[in-house]
Design a binder for this molecule. Structure first.
Ligand SMILES: [Zn+2]
Length: 463
């Protein structure tokens, strides 16, 4: 198995530190508001990677941090007139709900920064002892000139002229590499914690070094995030962790997910193409979104638009139709043929995924499988046993993708308008609007159909 490592800019053989286990860390959200669909893309892409590693029988320890103290948190909490803790609680609840609806499996651990101040202070003290950090009147800073590898990950040249200049804000660009804040002394009205440097709060970058170490050790396998985190955030994580613990490399493989554009342009509030995750979930089927993301390479820049989601939705429906046909197969043949098709498809799928999770190639193999399978099904004599072989493979894939539906639909033909009412009723029930749900049940009955609520969802029958 090979993965593309941003640190070396090439594909490398994937060999985790501990046999059969993978330690994986992905930078999580700053919870000052709802996430946007760029985040949805990143977390979906890494969820697929995590699940594929699990499919390959690795035990994955997957850590995603939550940034609950940050410049943006303080600003937004001030605007809303609440504490950063109340703001964080509200948005973490929303984030967890979003993850679930997007079909993302909950990470093994989701540590919050404000619960790891002790670990952060410990690291800053060590960095100061080692002479790579210095205290000023407003905080503690990391001296980038003291870390000779600084700039390697982001391909950034540190000019002599900029060493010693420092930056208080957490965000800055490649053109201006600067000494960055590890600890910020508190200003009037800001949340703060006691420390050897007086009351203050952590800078942004140190949290990921401290929490990844706590949960995955001083060296671990995969560190991921969106590509815009390469510099300065990930560069700074390397500097902090390697300078503090002296183990190189701190991360074996750096994986970065590409950008997501919306309708051909970079998403921005001023262009009016900014979409939050709640807005995405309101307007689109989350399974179609996941399908769309799953067919693209995690490193590629992708374009989100209505047509792409509509196409994904159509393709997903085709798979689900194939599954329905398999579920009702009652012929007497094709076991050998389907067995061979599955074996071939599985082999091609794994070989594509083993090559830096190449999903476009993996899907090429799956579409080929689907088309051959459909032509066998069209002949009407696929046996139950043969169908089971194909279904087993699709269930296997679903442990990674999670969007196929294996529930057998009722055999009766239900008119489209009734199906629409049933769908509306499902939404009403999901929102616990039972009055609306009862009203829809009556409407459906007027049209000659009955609905029953079962553990597998609504069952429709003729009245
Ligand atoms: Zn991070």
């Amino acid at each position: 198995m090979k993965v593309y490592n941003t640190a070396t800019r090439k594909e490398e053989e994937f060999k985790p530190t501990k046999k059969g286990e993978v330690g994986m860390y992905v930078c999580g959200p700053t919870v000052y508001g709802p996430g946007h669909i760029g985040h949805a893309r990143t977390y979906t892409a890494f969820d697929i990677i995590r699940r594929y590693l699990e499919y390959k029988d690795f035990k994955v320890n997957y850590v995603v941090n939550i940034t609950d103290v940050h410049d943006d948190m303080i600003k937004e909490a001030g605007k809303q007139g609440i504490t950063i803790f109340a703001l964080a609680d509200k948005n973490i609840e929303l984030f967890m709900k979003d993850l679930k609806e997007l079909g993302i499996k909950e990470p093994t651990k989701m540590p919050r920064v404000t619960q790891h101040i002790k670990e952060i202070i410990y690291m800053v003290e060590r960095l100061q002892e080692k002479g790579v950090a210095y205290e000023t009147d407003d905080g503690v800073y990391f001296a980038i000139e003291k870390f000779s590898d600084y700039g390697k990950l982001g391909n950034v040249k540190v000019k002599k002229s900029v060493t010693g200049t420092r930056v208080e804000t957490d965000k800055y660009d490649k053109e201006n590499p600067m000494d960055f804040a590890l600890w910020k002394k508190s200003k009037e009205g800001e949340p703060s914690w006691p420390s050897p440097w007086g009351a203050g709060r952590p800078g942004w970058h140190i949290e990921c070094s401290a929490m990844s170490t706590k949960y995955l050790g001083t060296q671990f396998d995969i560190h991921g995030g969106a590509v815009d985190l390469v510099f300065p955030h990930h560069e700074n994580e390397i500097a902090q962790s390697e300078a503090c613990f002296g183990k190189k490399p701190f991360v074996k493989y750096w994986l970065h997910a590409g950008f997501l554009n919306v309708r051909g342009e970079k998403m921005s509030k001023s262009l009016g193409n900014f979409i939050t995750i709640p807005e995405l979930l309101e307007k689109f089927d989350p399974k179609a979104f996941r399908y769309f993301i799953s067919t693209l390479h995690y490193r590629s820049r992708i374009d989100f638009n209505d047509e792409a989601i509509a196409q994904a939705s159509k393709n997903l429906e085709k798979w689900n139709n194939t599954i329905q046909e398999l579920l009702s197969a009652q012929g007497s043949g094709f076991e050998k043929e389907i067995g061979a098709l599955v074996a071939n498809a599985r082999k091609s799928f794994i070989s594509a995924m083993d090559d830096d999770f190449n999903l476009p190639n993996a899907w090429a193999a799956l579409y080929d499988f689907q088309s051959k399978l459909n032509s066998l099904l069209a002949q009407g004599s696929v046996s139950k046993k043969a169908a089971k072989i194909a279904l087993g493979f699709l269930e296997e894939l679903n442990s990674i993708f999670g969007f196929f539906s294996f529930e057998k639909k009722s055999g009766i033909a239900v008119p489209k308008d009734v199906l629409e009412l049933v769908k509306k009723r499902e939404d009403a029930r999901a929102k616990k609007n039972f009055a609306e749900s009862d009203r829809l049940r009556d409407l459906i009955k007027e049209k000659g159909y009955l609905v029953a609520d079962t553990a597998q969802g609504q069952k429709i029958s003729k009245a």
